[in-house]
Design a protein around this ligand. Sequence first.
Ligand code: FEO
Length: 164
Amino acid sequence: MISKKLEKAINAQINRELYSSYLYLAMANAAESMVLKGSAAWFKIQASEENGHAMKFYAYLHEQGAKVELEAIAKPPADFSSMQAMFDQTLKHERQVTKFIRELMVLADSEKDYASLGLIQWFVNEQVEEEANVVEILAQLKMIGGSTGGLYMLDRQLGKRAAG
Ligand code: FEO
């Protein structure tokens, strides 16, 4: 059993994870249009991982006999100007998600809900990894500067990301 308060908070997080998936699909879509095929592949895998995050919370609520409520998913932006812009926005978005995961942790901790804490701890670790990946890509973009050759190489490298 989990509290109604935590059930509501996890449902809100399911919606955020689904929005994250939609946002990264929008970035994949923009990358395809810019002929950044590697980046498009990277964002498609990211979108799929976010869907997996939503499903992890979904499965947990069902395991706990709680109710899953699926809300509308907001329309993601479509006006991405460059690879830099997309990864800048990805980091900003992930930092926001980290903040929400931390809030879930605080709530579960205040309720001494150890089962939920165990699940949320997985997400805490996942956020560390996600932010680190994007910080690394942004550092590589900074090194490349305005070099189109460098951008081409980085895009190829991003295309090698394995599905997680
Ligand atoms: Fe599900 Fe990228 O956080």
